[in-house]
Write a protein that binds this ligand. Structure first.
Ligand SMILES: [Zn+2]
Length: 191
């Protein structure tokens, strides 16, 4: 881990793990990929190791990230998909090369094009976003109940009633706030 940078949070859905690299979009935003090297780190952790990353490629990645966020948010709210966001997602999906590989252990891995460039990795993320926004995977797109977050996340819980993008951050904060409010009520300090 590199000191001084916000830590990564891991989800099991690639596209929404990627959109979660910017947190608290409606509060004090936390950028988890502030530098090209941090994007390289994030991609490596997520099975998409690339050789290098330029500032321009980091910009492409962030543009894709915000486009996925916009399209997923619209899909969760059952609004029409934003046209430019869809264009960006499609462009990134088309312009990279990556192949799915089956390991002897029966797991899927991604093999990026010969240069292992950022564009190849982004095409995998874009295709993942397309599959969840198009409703091809079992789950439900939803928006985090935290008013400072409102992240789009993919709910694969049995009951499909998840409220927070992440139990360890947004969910926990809500629980703590409720606990403190409860204590205040008990001690008669509430208004
Ligand atoms: Zn959240």
């Amino acid at each position: 881990m590199r000191a001084g940078f916000p830590v990564f949070r891991h989800g099991d859905v690639l596209a929404t793990s990627f959109t979660a690299t910017l947190k608290e979009r409606h509060g004090d935003a936390v950028e988890r990929i502030p530098t090209p090297q941090r994007l390289v780190d994030w991609l490596a952790v997520n099975g998409l190791a690339v050789e290098s990353c330029t500032t321009a490629q980091l910009e492409l990645a962030r543009e894709l990230r915000e486009s996925i966020h916009a399209a997923a948010t619209a899909a969760a709210a059952q609004d029409p998909l934003p046209v430019t966001a869809v264009q960006v997602i499609n462009e990134r999906s088309i312009q990279g090369r990556a192949s799915a590989i089956l390991t002897p252990e029966g797991e899927r891995q991604w093999r990026l094009g010969s240069g292992s460039c950022v564009e190849d990795a982004l095409s995998v993320i874009a295709a993942d976003a397309i599959s969840i926004i198009a409703g091809e995977r079992s789950g439900r797109l939803a928006l985090c109940a935290s008013s400072t977050c409102r992240a789009a996340f993919f709910d694969t819980s049995q009951s499909r009633t998840r409220k927070w993008c992440d139990m360890n951050t947004c969910g926990n904060r809500q629980k703590k706030a409720r606990f403190i409010a409860g204590q205040r009520n008990r001690s008669g300090l509430s208004e």
